[in-house]
Design a protein. Structure first.
Length: 218
C-alpha cells in the first residue's frame, strides 16, 4: 500500500497503526499532513485526535480553531478546507478488517462493466479491480492515502435480503491476502450496510470526509 508518489503517505501510517490498536493520543489536537494524491484532501477523526491532509499551511489550518473532539468535521471547517467551489464528500465511518485469503468464489467482471458504484470508485481511487457474481459487485482498489479499500453493491439493493450483502462481503474478504488490512468507508446513515460490515468483522476506527478543493494543489 502506497501513495501515488511511491512514498507512504503519513495518513496511511495513522490508519495502519489504528488497525493494530495504536491510536493517537486523545489530546484534542489536530495533526496536519500533506494533501492526498489526485487532488484530494481529507479530515479524519479518531477518538480525541484528528488528522487533516491538506495543501494548506498547518498554521493557517489551526488558526480556524478545529479540534480533535469533532471540530475537524464541522461544516464550517470543511468548507474552509474545500474552498468556496470545492467538493465536500459524505461523512463516513472509517472501518477496517483483515483479509481472509483465497480461493474466492467471486469472478473478475469485464472491463466494460458500468455501474454507479464503479464510477464512484474510479473518481476517488486508483488500481480499481472489479469482482462479482449474481448477488452483486465488489470493488477493490487503492483508496485514500494508498490504503487497500473495498466496497460492495447488491444488484438489487432494495429487494435483496440482508444475508446476501453479508455473504457477498464475506466473499470479498477472500480477495485480500490472509491477515492483511483492508479498509471501507460507510455512511452511518446507510445503517443496513454498516450492520453488514460490522457483522463481517470490520471494526470502526473513526470517521472521515474526503474533499476535492478548488485551489491548485502543490
Amino acid at each position: 500500500m502506497h501513495s501515488g508518489t511511491g512514498r507512504r503517505h503519513p495518513l496511511l501510517g495513522y490508519l495502519l497503526d489504528a488497525v493494530e490498536g495504536r491510536f493517537p493520543s486523545a489530546d484534542g489536537r489536530v495533526t496536519v499532513v500533506p494533501a492526498l494524491p489526485g487532488g484530494l484532501e481529507a479530515s479524519v477523526a479518531f477518538t480525541g485526535h484528528a488528522v487533516v491532509a491538506t495543501s494548506l499551511a498547518a498554521e493557517d489550518v489551526r488558526a480556524q480553531g478545529p479540534d480533535g473532539f469533532g471540530g475537524s468535521l464541522a461544516p464550517g471547517f470543511l468548507r474552509y478546507l474545500a474552498g468556496p467551489g470545492g467538493e465536500i464528500g459524505t461523512l463516513d465511518v472509517t472501518l477496517a478488517a483483515r483479509g481472509a485469503g483465497g480461493p474466492s468464489r467471486l469472478a473478475p467482471l469485464p472491463e466494460g462493466t458500468e455501474h454507479p458504484r464503479i464510477v464512484h470508485a474510479r473518481s476517488l481511487r486508483t488500481h480499481v479491480s472489479l469482482w462479482g457474481d449474481q448477488r452483486g459487485l465488489v470493488t477493490l482498489a487503492d483508496g485514500a492515502a494508498g490504503r487497500r479499500e473495498l466496497s460492495i453493491e447488491l444488484w438489487d439493493p432494495a429487494g435483496g435480503p440482508a444475508r446476501a450483502g453479508r455473504s457477498l462481503l464475506a466473499d470479498a474478504l477472500t480477495l485480500v491476502p490472509f491477515g492483511e488490512p483492508v479498509f471501507a468507508a460507510v455512511s452511518p446513515g446507510n445503517a443496513r450496510s454498516l450492520r453488514a460490515f460490522l457483522a463481517c468483522g470490520f471494526q470502526p476506527l473513526g470517521s472521515e470526509v474526503l474533499l476535492r478543493p478548488d485551489r491548485p494543489q502543490g
